[in-house]
Design a protein around this ligand. Structure first.
Ligand SMILES: *Cc1c(COP(=O)(O)O)cnc(C)c1O
Length: 405
């Protein structure tokens, strides 16, 4: 019989769920309140205010949906899109593909704008696609399947020119890099609790601009999902006014998210972004110093999710199994088109710390050497440690600078 209290503890360095801070775990053990208890409603207000800050928005409709990131994706699309709408979807990986799939199921005329995996979508390609008319332009900010960052400003410009609403997946970016919903002009953005926010999976923060709300008000047909209907949901989540029951809020999950947001505020958004950046670049420097090749195009690499090619002749699954079974470290393999070809190493939530960077590099050093991969032993850890300290790697014995390859 498997029992929860016998489960192992891992170092979670995959694409989510991320490691959860002990304070967030303790919040989960707080006694459950009723979902209309004034004390819980006050906490809800706080969570909404904190989410606005992280999203960089004053949007009134900013709330944690009950469900994972995909529920956020589905809510964004199912509320905005009506049958026959022209939806231009930028597809740079598995999650862009999922958006196109959901938009298609909503009866949209989906215009796919694709790019080779490992690169961001070209805004000029989106512009050409939107020239034929576009109601919504949708794409992913941080594509977790490829480790690529999508610059949003040029895309927002395309959306403005086309008079289209801009829908952005911020599942992996929120809390890890600036999202700036209002400054950029994003109309609807969603995320997930278990990535950079560092809470357990189960909630999908979403924010909706007044322009997007207007579009939803003007719908000719009701939103086909009752559970994810934002107009119904705001009857419960609307601040101040009388709160109406729609569905039972997952109370304990809201506690956890609230505490994760407090941790983020205590550290400061800027400091959090800086930490993500510094440690992400250190991990990348370490992997390159081991002679490994990063997958995402240079200049477009995410700090919180690093993709690296599985070296020729090395067994992808065997290395991941070794990491998990010998070292208790979880990383992920490739999704879809790059399955078996890349590893994905996340530094999200409580796992974004120097110890995690050095642990995964040291463990890879051991396992890759045992697998017969030839590289300079120890170079990865040294390069990452140097990068974290903000200095160049120390000279190798004999005065020769240790080199990556
Ligand atoms: C993880 C992820 C999702 C899906 O979130 P779930 O919580 O797994 O439903 C969507 N988009 C991106 C970019 C993601 O990384």
């Amino acid at each position: 019989m498997t029992k929860v209290d016998q489960l192992p503890q891992r170092l979670l360095l995959g694409p989510g769920p991320s490691e959860v801070h002990p304070r967030v775990l303790r919040a989960l053990a707080t006694p459950v309140l009723g979902h209309l208890d004034p004390a819980f409603l006050a906490l809800m207000d706080q969570v909404q205010a904190d989410l606005r800050e992280v999203f960089g928005t004053t949007n009134l409709v900013t709330l944690p949906l009950s469900g994972t990131g995909t529920a956020g994706m589905e809510a964004a699309i199912v509320n905005l899109v009506e049958p026959g709408d022209r939806v231009v979807v930028g597809i740079a990986g598995a999650f862009g593909e999922r958006m196109a799939e959901i938009a298609g199921r909503c009866g949209a005329e989906v215009v796919r704008v694709e790019t080779p995996w490992g690169r961001p979508v070209d805004p000029d390609d989106l512009r050409r696609a939107a020239a034929g008319g576009a109601d919504v332009i949708a794409l992913v900010h941080a594509e977790t399947s490829t480790g690529v960052l999508q610059p949003l400003e040029p895309v927002a410009e395309v959306a403005r020119e086309a008079g289209a609403l801009l829908l952005v997946d911020c599942v992996t970016s929120l809390g890890g890099i600036p999202v700036d919903v209002d400054r950029i002009g994003i109309d609807i953005a969603y995320s997930a609790s278990q990535k950079c926010l560092g809470a357990p999976p189960g909630l999908a923060p979403i924010t909706v601009s007044p322009r997007a709300l207007e579009r939803i008000e003007r719908r000719t047909r009701p939103v086909p999902s009752w559970y994810l209907d934002l107009r119904l949901l705001t009857g419960y989540w609307r601040e101040g006014g009388s709160r109406r029951y729609h569905h039972t809020a997952p109370i304990s999950s809201v506690y956890a998210l609230a505490e994760a947001l407090v941790l983020l505020k205590e550290e400061g958004l800027e400091a959090r972004w800086e930490r993500q950046e510094r440690l992400g670049r250190a991990l990348q420097a370490g992997l390159e110093a081991m002679g490994l090749e990063l997958f995402a195009a240079e200049g477009h690499r995410l700090p919180m999710l690093t993709t690296v090619r599985v070296p020729e002749g090395v067994d992808d699954a065997a290395i991941r199994r070794g990491l998990l079974e010998v070292y208790g470290i979880e990383i992920a393999g490739g999704l879809g088109a790059v399955a078996g070809q890349i590893w994905r190493i996340g530094l999200m939530g409580a796992a974004c710390r120097p110890r995690a960077v050095l642990s995964v590099l040291a463990a890879l050093d051991d396992l890759l050497a045992a697998a017969g991969f030839r590289f300079e032993r120890g170079a990865g850890v040294a390069a990452a440690a140097a990068a974290m300290a903000g200095s160049a790697p120390a000279a190798a014995p004999g005065g020769v600078r240790s080199s990556a390859r």
